[in-house]
Design a protein around this ligand. Structure first.
Ligand code: AMP
Ligand code: ZN
Length: 137
């Protein structure tokens, strides 16, 4: 199902043009308009889901299988040195388009990109507390 006024629904279903590198019944994969690196692509499901938590399980599974297949092809053909998969959920996590998308970001030695975080610190007690919070019913 498509959602009105969703730009990625429109792109995934061909109502707005894009540079598509792959398409099947479930997904369209497009080149990102603001690429982090050469070949940065987005896997877009054709049916609307705002984020990973709304995405049906079988579509989530298919997206990861596609990322593996297409990612390998991209790394080989673009002669990349690695690849980051990035998937943001919620504004706090950096999601700017509220239609699930999985970033495929080819990485090149010295590409000067920073898809990293600043490591923090955590005590054993805090880890135990966090574990219990996550696991609570
Ligand atoms: P996120 O921050 O995870 O929501 O990522 C959204 C991504 O979509 C960004 O990398 C944008 O550059 C990209 N983007 C937004 N609009 C378009 C568009 N019309 N075509 C291709 N990529 C887009
Ligand atoms: Zn949508």
């Amino acid at each position: 199902m498509k959602k009105d006024n969703c730009i990625f629904c429109k792109i995934a279903n061909g109502e707005i043009p894009s540079t598509s590198i792959y398409e099947d019944d479930y997904f369209k994969v497009i080149l990102d308009l603001g690429p982090a690196t050469k070949g940065h692509a987005l896997i877009l499901p054709k049916d609307h889901a705002a984020d990973l938590f709304e995405l049906p399980e079988d579509t989530a599974a298919k997206a990861m299988v596609l990322a593996k297949k297409l990612g390998k092809q991209m790394v080989e053909n673009l002669k990349a040195d690695g690849m980051n998969l990035v998937q943001n959920n919620g504004e706090a996590a950096g999601q700017t388009v509220q239609h699930f998308h999985l970033h495929l970001i080819p990485r090149y030695k010295d590409d000067n990109q920073h898809i990293l975080w600043n490591p923090g610190e955590v005590s054993k007690e805090e880890m135990e507390e966090i574990k219990n919070t996550i696991q609570q019913k």
